[in-house]
Design a protein around this ligand. Structure first.
Ligand code: ADP
Length: 634
């Protein structure tokens, strides 16, 4: 045992304490994954060393045989993992093993319910990493030294996984990290060669560097202890370089968990090799669940980049558009230089063509999923639909393809679930219908009962119901799909085209003519509040509605802009009334101009309320209505 100096005890960050507690209590049914997590870290550390050594070969310190060794001691009840990767300095150990740097962690922790089953799912989204050692160990010792630093600058980190940990400076001859797990009582099954070998084969076969276990060798004659011989137990070749046909689903799944730090299997993947002008392999995954930090601006995104099998960087963001930021995977290029930087990636024309090819692969993969596994696609949409809706604005070239992947709630759908695709909508559209109708609003309940839908309900025409915050903005980027244009049913003068019969149209014209006087009277009464007044053909039950001008901002966009403190251009609605409604008939017969004005304003305000808007002068509305109520009861 080497001399320890500068020994100190430090407390874990609060979030680490919570994570440790949670892990120990919710992952006990899947204990063996600790080994996968630690091997995954060791493999990352070796990748990092290999990459840094490209520029500084001296980091290898003569030891170029990169590997991971796993050993055990049945009597001492320990399991030891050793790698000769990049290693950690004392400061590294304090920050990396004492805090969690992920943005949004504290927020994430607040979502934990205390219900172990639910939490173990959540923790899967979060990724547990190093701390999973404490599932099986009640004490963990980490001995490490950063490659390139002096042998005297090693660190010993030690903890029982409770409130704190100790660090001390030690001498460590070899670079890299050795982790000793002191198994909890009852967990000695892991101090066993056969068990360890099986776990490694099961979870870590795809790791691209050798993972060695000691081989059982009989002691030579005259010697008490047998010499240790090491044996590689995994396949040790990069998974994506192997032919697709030879790779089992389980291997793809385990590889995903390694690169994505996810606990759950992916929903789907796409593995490809491109040859020709550009040469690269890609392995792209759609996760089953959204990571907890999907909407955090600084959350990690992008692919793992390799150049000719050598790991170059994590989170290479230039290979996929932002709206596909949830995709995980690897890209391995033969054309890029090993010392490529993020800045170069942003400018390189090679990357542009790779980006469009990879984007297409992802969209194809999603199309296939939607077609072949509609139930799974529903789950995908629940998790990632909001992000996909950013697509049409960002990726003009693939607009039609993305539109085909969108899912909406609809008047013909189920309880507001977003399950209706545009192709499905058009397939069941009415004979002669050449438009895609939609309505946006705050909540499903509000749009579902909107007076704007009355004529559609009467004629049995399907209308898409859009209530996500992003929807109105999304629709401003979508003008058509499959050559059918989108029509906002709350906007402009609704023209149902072929869906209205010639008689309908003729009758409507006649009514409009007959009501010209009422239109003029209403215009005078409502004055500055409206842009126009006209007879409506879309109402069956309601007396009146407000239509938005063809070019005006919708309610949702206006509210978003106002909330962000921007000045919104004032726009006036068009007042449309239902000529056959009894209230309108009453209005038409009203002799007193004063009473006509009062009633017109009440109808106007009611129409605004039904559209989900707030009233400019709510007190005036209440006063008018109460006056009317008093008159009625008098
Ligand atoms: P993650 O791997 O998701 O970052 P972990 O908790 O597993 O989270 O590990 C935290 C950090 O500790 C790693 O990012 C890495 O910097 C460091 N680390 C863990 N294991 C090793 C190792 N074997 N060699 C070098 N650094 C390591």
């Amino acid at each position: 045992m080497s001399v320890e100096t500068q020994k100190e005890t430090l407390g874990f960050q609060t979030e680490v304490k919570q994570l440790l507690h949670l892990m120990i209590h919710s992952l006990y049914s899947n204990k063996e994954i600790f080994l996968r997590e630690l091997i995954s870290n060791a493999s990352d550390a070796v990748d990092k060393l290999r990459f840094e050594a490209l520029a500084k070969p001296e980091l290898l310190e003569g030891g170029t045989e990169l590997k991971i060794r796993v050993s055990f001691d049945k009597d001492a009840k320990t399991v030891t993992l050793e790698d000769n990767g990049i290693g950690m300095s004392r400061e590294d150990a304090i920050t990396h093993l004492g805090t969690i740097a992920k943005s949004g962690t504290a927020d994430f922790m607040k979502h934990l319910s205390g219900d172990q089953k639910k939490d173990s799912h959540l923790i899967g989204q979060f990724g547990v990493g190093f701390y999973s050692a404490f599932i099986v160990a009640d004490k963990v010792d980490v001995y490490s030294r950063r490659a390139g630093s002096a042998a005297s600058e090693g660190v010993h980190w030690s903890s029982r996984g409770e409130g704190d940990f100790e660090v001390a400076t030690i001498d460590k001859a070899e670079r890299g990290t050795r982790i000793v797990l002191h198994l909890k009582s009852g967990e000695d099954e892991f101090a066993d060669g056969w068990r360890l070998r099986n776990i490694i084969k099961k979870y870590s076969d795809h790791i691209a560097l050798p993972i060695e276990l000691p081989k059982e060798v009989a002691a030579a004659e005259g010697e008490e202890q047998p010499a240790v011989e090491w044996e590689t137990v995994n396949r040790a070749s990069a998974l994506w370089t192997r032919p697709r046909t030879e790779i089992k689903d389980e291997e793809y799944q385990e590889f995903y968990k390694h690169i994505a730090h996810d606990f759950e299997n992916p929903l789907s993947w796409s593995h490809n090799k491109v040859e020709g002008k550009l040469e690269y392999s890609s392995l792209l995954y759609v996760p089953t669940r959204a990571p907890f930090d999907l909407y955090q601006r600084e959350a990690p995104k992008g692919l793992k980049l390799y150049v000719q099998r050598v790991f170059v960087m994590d989170q290479a963001e230039s290979f996929l558009p932002l709206y596909l930021r949830f995709i995980k995977g690897v890209v391995d290029s033969n054309d890029l230089s090993l010392n490529v930087s993020r800045e170069i990636l942003q400018k390189d024309p090679i990357i542009d063509s790779m980006k469009s090819a990879l984007t297409k692969r992802v969209l194809d993969m999603l199309e296939k999923l939607a077609k072949n596994e509609p139930e799974q696609y529903k789950g995908f949409w629940k998790n990632f639909g909001q992000v996909m809706k950013e697509g049409p604005a960002e990726d003009f070239a693939n607009k039609e393809k993305i539109a085909g992947l969108l899912r909406f709630a609809s008047t013909h759908g189920d309880d507001g679930e977003q399950v209706v695709g545009l192709a499905e909508y058009l397939a069941r559209a009415k004979e002669g219908q050449d438009k895609i109708y939609y309505l946006t609003g705050e909540t499903y309940a509000q749009v579902k009962n909107s007076p704007h839908l009355e004529v559609f309900r009467k004629k049995g025409i399907e209308v898409l119901l859009l209530t996500d915050r992003i929807d109105e903005w999304l629709m401003s980027y979508l003008s058509d799909f499959d050559s059918k244009s989108f029509v906002d049913v709350a906007r402009g003068d609704l023209d149902l085209g072929n869906l209205d019969s010639e008689e309908d149209k003729k009758a409507a014209e006649e009514v409009a003519k007959a009501k010209e006087g009422l239109v003029e009277r209403l215009k005078a009464a409502l004055g500055e509040s409206v842009a126009d007044v006209r007879v409506s053909h879309r109402l069956t039950d309601s007396p009146a509605i407000l239509a938005i001008g063809e070019q005006d901002l919708g309610l949702q966009m206006r509210q978003i802009l106002e909330a962000s403190g921007q000045k919104v251009p004032d726009s006036k609605p068009i007042f449309e009334f239902n000529p056959t409604h009894p209230l309108i008939e009453k209005l038409d017969n009203e002799q007193s101009d004063e009473r006509f004005r009062e009633l017109a304003h009440i109808l106007f305000d009611q129409a605004a309320l039904a559209a989900g808007d707030s009233l400019k002068d709510p007190a005036a509305y209440v006063r008018r209505l109460n006056k009317l109520l008093v008159e009625l009861s008098a």
